[in-house]
Design a protein around this ligand. Sequence first.
Ligand code: SF4
Ligand code: SF4
Length: 356
Amino acid sequence: MELDELVSLRPVPGAGLLVTVTNRCPLGCAHCSASSTPTGQEPDAAALTGFVGSFQAGHAPRVMMLTGGEPLLRPGLVVELARRAQAAGTRTAVLTGAFFAVREGLADPIRDVIDAVDHFSVSIDAFHEREVPRASAFRLLHRVLERGTAASIHAIGATSEDGYLDELAHDVHRAFDGAVPILASTLRPVGRAALWVSAEPATTRPRTLPCAMAAWPVVAPDGTVLACCNQIVVDRRPVPAHLRLGHIAQDGWERIEAAALASPMLRLIRTTGPEYLARLTAPRESADLPLGHCVSCRALDPAKLAGHDAVRLAAGPAGRLLDLESARRQVEAGAEDFLRRHASGRHAALVHARAR
Ligand code: SF4
Ligand code: SF4
């Protein structure tokens, strides 16, 4: 499974699942959005395998993305999850910071992961390179391709104009001749980066911004299943009621998928954006305050919105249709279009790999 296919499914409700395999990580990158440490929290292995074991053909996400922290601190669990997912027709991608790549050779557990997953992605950016040299990460990517698994790089620049991204793209092309695509993002003020990266002023963002991040459920380190990957939603408890889908210890995929797809608030967040919902109940004098996309969303009050006409409409077939149509249009526009809106727009075309 190549990177552009993975990205093109991102706006489709329930097409994917993001799993925090652990919030532990031996590296200490200054920009880490998950604020991972060597002692971070992680979901119970039995609960996680049970949850993925609840996938059934016809009731399973199309892709499962295993992230962290550093998921390859639990390589046996990654292999087990990938095998269980595959039995239900779900393909698996893993994203690693590649702490192990500084040593030559491929340890057996890492090789087993490469063989078990459908896509293997490595984080490379200025911060990771202080811990894992680029040459080591490239050596690992060569081994991944040699074993027949699709590979990609997740890169981060300070901004879209950051020359680091251009220089990295040039180097990657020279080393892999187009076989390794790149998902290039820019720094966000979340996790450890919140200490030193400034937020984009809310006034520069469009007021109506549908949120595709509410399409794939996310398993947090404590096993809670959330409606989106916003780091504050992942980290803080209690979770706003409209963004909590369940827990891996009690709920199987079918129930999580139903909660994600049928929620009228999530349907409206995905299609009209959270600020539209916020304005429905905001006092007239504060309706134009530029709070920001996720701040508005987390502050929504489902009880206040429940009786509103728009929410009642979204609960029925019209809401389902609107949700499906919005996803269909985004899929039709493709992975490049998606990344122009949600990542480093100038580097969106790097998402494609050449045919191997
Ligand atoms: S490798 Fe990833 S998870 Fe680990 S500290 Fe760096 S950014 Fe965080
Ligand atoms: S707008 Fe809401 S659903 Fe979307 S990422 Fe932000 S908090 Fe999550």
